[in-house]
Design a protein around this ligand. Structure first.
Ligand code: ITT
Length: 199
């Protein structure tokens, strides 16, 4: 299996994390922008469907195997919001800081502050791959009252993983890359690819 994959994403945070996580395997993800892949929508109500859609789209436009990540932060007290709308919770400009403020605004009178990050990774060898690799990860925690820390991206500055007294944005990036929803999922993808490669 090729060691060069296209990452079906425009999110620089995902790209950096995934490339650090797969480095020992020799795999490299290049962003779809390197190949001028046109933007695509994410029309589906589930992370899984959106990830499959993005992976196929990138593979079709590049002729390369493609990995897509659809992920988000789910808050049970808000009926699962922002969920699949996490990237655009405060508007189409996908501004992390405004998304965080929007979520904190929704949480003002809410006492149940539990939340979890969820990630689905879908890997396709080609656009019509009949056996996509599908992996998921779920990372539980609680929401802070205000942003703390400067690492990571997205909602990291307001997320305390279970048993942590610091937000993900305050914790070392290496720690996030061992424990996160994305880390859980990429380990499964790498195991499947290693098996396919006979390793
Ligand atoms: P692509 O679709 O181009 O990959 P995106 O950012 O729009 O980029 P998603 O639709 O999957 O991707 O939305 C993911 C959002 O969920 C992301 O923008 C963050 O707001 C949030 N998110 C996902 N993983 C995160 C993480 O590890 N830390 C913080 N926030 C995260």
């Amino acid at each position: 299996m090729s060691s060069l994959w296209v990452l079906a994403s425009t999110n620089a945070g995902k790209l950096a994390e995934l490339n650090r996580m797969v480095q020992p395997s020799g795999k490299v993800f290049r962003p779809q922008s390197d190949f001028h892949v046109p933007a695509t929508d994410e029309p589906y109500p589930t992370f899984l469907e959106n990830a499959l859609h993005k992976a196929r789209h990138a593979s079709l436009h590049t002729g390369l195997p493609a990995l897509a990540d659809d992920s988000g932060l789910c808050v049970p007290a808000l009926g699962g919001q922002p969920g699949v709308h996490s990237a655009r919770f405060a508007g189409d400009d996908r501004c992390d800081a405004r998304n965080v403020q929007q979520l904190l605004h929704h949480m003002v009178a809410v006492t149940d502050r539990r939340a979890y990050f969820y990630c689905v990774l879908v890997a396709v060898r080609h656009p019509d791959d009949p056996v996509p690799i599908v992996a998921e990860g779920l990372w539980q925690g609680t929401l802070a009252g205000a942003p703390q820390g400067s690492g990571g991206f997205g909602y990291d500055a307001i997320f305390y993983p279970v048993d942590c007294t610091e937000t993900v944005a305050q914790l070392a990036s290496e720690w996030k890359e061992q424990h996160s929803h994305r880390a859980q999922a990429i380990r499964q993808v790498l195991a499947r690819l290693a098996w396919a490669d006979g390793r």
